[in-house]
Design a protein around this ligand. Structure first.
Ligand code: AMP
Ligand code: MG
Length: 454
């Protein structure tokens, strides 16, 4: 435990984030990739349609391409007979043009033949074969081409026609720069003829876990070892934020070893290095010195709970330009995750070219009393109340009722089980020491099971 510091010595969360974002040198350079590989990637330039959608006027229905004026008087009992002169199956343009007294059978999506101005759906027709026999009304449109058909209803000019370019016009922007491509935007771009897209290279992020007590998965713990939670946890958080990981492994609390690993990360060309542990003021806490030996330390005391021991710095090129951002996160796994969410994730998103750095804010109402350290902004791990279908409940003011995750002991910065069940962070302002049940607070959602973006 360190001696309590006067809040005035601590930097606000906003100022810390501003300083971090100001140090981000820009977003990563573009690379060209196949649209099929572009899910969740961030376009560096607007994605522009290369073909119109639909490319030409086409049919919205299986039926017959006709001239609407010719069937204007058609009724159920007094249908109009048209001579069927050709077929427009999917993937083929009709060779025949529709003229007076004729129709061309047409499939959904096939190009409208010349001369036609409407499609009559097959359900409103009866086929007639070459011998003059009537088939079944509305028979499905896949059999042999009938010689003629009866049309039992009028249709408006333009009926059942999708106009060329009515969805997308060639040259139109279909996805802006800076917004990750979703499954449907991948489909839209592919449908609009886009085969490759320019996207920001995924930010390359080195992750190093420090602590003499840490053991890698499967290693015996011995009398005082613990499994490394932060290495795997941070690598997962980096990937969820759109980054690519350089795994720098686990290292003990030795300045030279830490510095060597960090240099190795820099040589790999990382955009940022994240170190967990060793960032307090204890005798084994070497991260600040390590940052100073590869770059410079910018800030390290932020008015945040959990996560006060937090270090940020930069390693620079010879010309003074930022080469890599340096994040030293507290070792307690909950503090690690919360400081990542508050300070590292927005920086990775800026590196990755995202226009929006933060998640959309939400509002909650506390279902129980909470208390916290004075002068620091607390980010409590909370579980939201849901209805039987899993949808978050909201009160009349639109606020989501929340409970502390993990019960009475759940808010300790070492309690991973509470973090794992938390849906979100409830934000308790610096000035409050306690908040009573019923108080409204800001809510910051975390990645839940539905958020997968790997
Ligand atoms: P430190 O920030 O190094 O003082 O560590 C604070 C607490 O977090 C100690 O109890 C550490 O054992 C624990 N800790 C540090 N790093 C990790 C890690 N990678 N995985 C799990 N616990 C950790
Ligand atoms: Mg340590």
């Amino acid at each position: 435990m360190t001696v309590a510091e006067a809040p005035s010595q601590l930097m606000s969360v906003e100022t810390a984030l501003e300083r971090i974002l100001a140090a981000v040198p820009g977003s990563t350079p573009p690379e060209e990739i196949a649209i099929a590989d572009a899910l969740w990637r961030v376009p560096s330039h607007p994605v522009v349609a290369t073909v119109s959608l639909p490319p030409w006027d086409n049919s919205a229905m299986d039926g017959y391409a006709i001239r609407a004026a010719e069937v204007a008087e058609a009724t159920e009992s007094d249908p109009v007979r048209l001579h069927v002169i050709g077929d427009a199956p999917p993937g083929a343009a009709a060779t025949a043009a529709v003229s007076a007294g004729t129709a061309v059978r047409i499939a959904t999506g096939a190009p409208l033949p010349a001369g036609a101005d409407a499609v009559v759906p097959v359900e409103l027709t009866t086929p007639i074969d070459a011998a003059g026999h009537l088939g079944h009304r509305g028979r499905d449109a896949t059999g042999p081409l009938p010689a003629a058909c009866l049309v039992h209803s009028s249709v408006p000019a333009g009926g059942s026609i999708r106009r060329g370019g009515s969805d997308i016009v060639a040259g139109q922007t279909i996805a802006p720069a800076g917004r990750a491509l979703t499954p449907s935007s991948v489909a839209l771009a592919a449908g609009a003829g886009v085969s490759t897209v320019e996207v920001h290279r995924r930010p390359l992020i080195g992750v190093l876990a420090t602590g003499d007590e840490l053991r890698s998965p499967g290693q015996p713990l011995g009398p005082a070892g613990i499994p490394d939670a932060n290495g795997p946890g941070l690598r997962a958080l980096v990937r969820a934020a759109g980054g690519e990981v350089v795994d720098l492994g686990i290292v003990g609390d030795h300045l030279e070893d830490v510095t060597r690993r960090l240099r190795h990360g820099l040589e790999r060309g990382v955009d940022a290095l994240i170190v967990s542990g060793g960032v307090s003021v204890g005798p084994f806490d070497v991260i600040k010195l390590a940052f100073e030996s590869i770059g410079r330390l910018d800030l390290w005391r932020v008015a945040v709970q959990p996560g006060k021991p937090f270090a940020f710095g930069t390693a620079e090129e010879a010309n003074g330009r930022t080469r890599a951002l340096l994040f030293g996160l507290p070792g307690n796994p909950v503090s690690t995750a919360v400081t990542f969410e508050l300070f590292v994730r927005p920086a990775i998103r800026r590196l990755g070219g995202h226009e929006r750095l933060n998640r959309p804010p939400d509002r909650a109402v506390l279902l129980e009393d909470v208390s916290k350290s004075h002068g620091r902004r607390a980010f409590l791990r909370v579980v939201v109340e849901r209805d039987a279908d899993g949808a978050p409940r909201r009160d009349r003011e639109g606020r989501i009722p929340v409970r502390l995750a993990g019960g009475a002991l759940g808010q300790g910065s070492h309690v991973l089980s509470a973090l794992a069940v938390a849906d979100a962070l409830a934000v308790i302002p610096e000035a409050a020491d306690d908040l009573a049940a019923g108080s409204g607070v800001e809510l910051r959602w975390l990645d839940g099971p539905d958020a997968g973006q790997a």
